[in-house]
Design a protein around this ligand. Structure first.
Ligand code: 5GP
Length: 190
């Protein structure tokens, strides 16, 4: 998606050869026009999938997830990150290791909001090793729901997340695919 690539080129800050900071339009300040366009693009790419729900993880997945849900005319559910839980009767719980924070959280979704009838579009802001996306997919599995696909705003294609998800049988659609962050520059996959 050209608009997003342009934004990454002009505003993205390469923190290291595997971390990109985009806090001026996605992770702290948000660009609502860009969010809206991203929602439309996700909806266009998954329009044939009979999506009934969008599932993301707090906090940075919520904005793109909500815009996709608005375009698809379905609810958005966001999984919550919590410290280890004891009372989990009414929750689906999965452990997810955070790439940026290097901690493992219990990620939870209320059993009320996902059912075996759901066709779920999983959305996240970044794809690195696939931990977050697989955690959300496992929550769908617990609910008996179908994962209709995975939509990612920024995929770091030099990390293994995408190939792991594709190998597991998931359709992955990323709006920007980064081939490398070497020498302080984002290079995109052609
Ligand atoms: P994964 O779970 O695929 O290993 O990593 C994706 C998650 O880690 C995303 O939810 C995102 O919050 C965070 N993340 C991974 N790589 C980056 C990055 O380069 N920049 C930022 N801002 N977040 C990242």
């Amino acid at each position: 998606m050209q608009l997003l690539k342009d934004k990454i080129k002009t505003e993205g800050i390469v923190l290291s050869n595997n971390v990109l900071k985009v806090d001026s339009f996605l992770n702290h300040q948000m660009d609502p026009v860009l969010m809206m366009e991203m929602g439309k693009e996700f909806a266009r790419r998954f329009q044939d999938k009979k999506i009934t729900k969008v599932l993301t993880i707090e906090s940075s997945g919520i904005a793109p997830g909500l815009m996709a849900a608005l375009e698809l005319n379905v609810p958005l559910v966001f999984a919550r990150k919590q410290k280890s839980l004891t009372l989990t009767d009414n929750l689906f719980v999965e452990k997810v290791h955070s790439f940026t924070k290097q901690v493992t959280n219990d990620v939870t979704v209320s059993r009320k909001f996902l059912t075996a009838e759901d066709h779920v579009l999983v959305i996240d802001d970044f794809l690195a090793n696939g931990e977050a996306a697989f955690g959300l997919a496992r929550i769908c599995e617990q609910a008996g729901a179908t994962v209709a696909g995975v939509g990612i705003v920024i995929e770091k294609s030099f990390q293994p997340g995408r190939s792991k998800l594709v190998e597991a049988g998931y359709r992955v659609e990323s709006l920007a695919r980064i081939a490398s962050l070497d020498n302080g520059q984002a290079q995109f996959v052609e």
